[in-house]
Design a protein around this ligand. Structure first.
Ligand code: PPS
Length: 215
């Protein structure tokens, strides 16, 4: 981490920290009063997104349906598959709560980040104690990309969307597998809602892969 001068905030983004057992202790040793921002989305959609990313690099991997089960006939989920294990948010949060109070954490809804980016950014700015600089007027919905994009980033005069690797089309997953996964995550999601005091409403999206902007 670079040194931070008076009036500056240093930010660092590493998604894997949230699920790395040794991370909370090490980060606590480095900076006890650090503010932590965690972006979470429906763990079923997250798993499919994770799989889609791996598939783009290694097209030869087995199907999602094959990887998701230890025994499909018995409906036995393979929770050791990292794409699924990462979505057990309550488990990972438990680890962080051993070192940091909830007041130092802010949870961003991945779903609302797409449907209402300015609203989510307002909450992030408030959490960080920043002036509300980023607002509605900084975003527009790009129909081609199917996602919100920045109208005019600070370093450029042209609009900017996230790159091709963000917002890929997901493969169609068999509906009974999606249903089984929703059932698998339900108790963990409820635990996570209780721990955070926030209801992310993931159970409302039953049936298929949760509706994304492209669907
Ligand atoms: N504005 C905007 N544009 C594009 N994509 C957006 C946006 N907001 C959120 N998302 C969602 O971000 C998902 C990719 O982020 P990741 O967390 O996988 O990124 S990272 O590689 O782990 O850093 C990506 O997941 P996929 O749709 O599965 O690709 C998007 O759904």
């Amino acid at each position: 981490m670079p040194s931070t001068l008076e009036g500056q905030i240093t930010m660092e983004k590493t998604p894997s920290y949230f699920v790395t057992n040794s991370a909370p202790k090490r980060i606590h040793t480095m900076a006890k009063d650090i503010k932590l921002i965690i972006v979470v989305r429906n763990p079923v959609t997250r798993a499919i997104s994770d799989y889609t990313q791996t598939l783009s690099k290694r097209p030869e991997i087995p199907t999602f349906e094959v990887l998701a089960f230890k025994n499909r006939t018995l409906g036995l989920i393979d929770a050791s598959w990292s794409a699924l294990r990462i979505g057990i948010y309550a488990l990972h949060l438990e680890n962080w709560l051993q070192y940091f109070p909830l007041s130092q954490m802010h949870f961003v809804s991945g779903e609302r980040l797409i449907t209402d980016p300015a609203g989510e950014m307002t909450k992030v700015q408030d959490f960080l104690g920043l002036k509300r600089i980023v607002t509605d007027k900084h975003f527009y919905f790009n129909k081609t990309k199917g996602f919100p994009c920045l109208k005019k980033p600070e370093d450029s005069s042209t609009p900017r969307c996230l790159g091709k690797s963000k917002g890929r089309t997901h493969p169609k997953i068999e509906p009974d597998v999606i249903r089984r996964l929703h059932k698998f995550y339900k108790p963990f999601n409820n635990m996570f809602y209780q721990m955070t005091g926030q209801n992310f409403q993931w159970e409302l999206e039953d049936g298929g892969d949760s509706p994304g902007p492209r669907d």
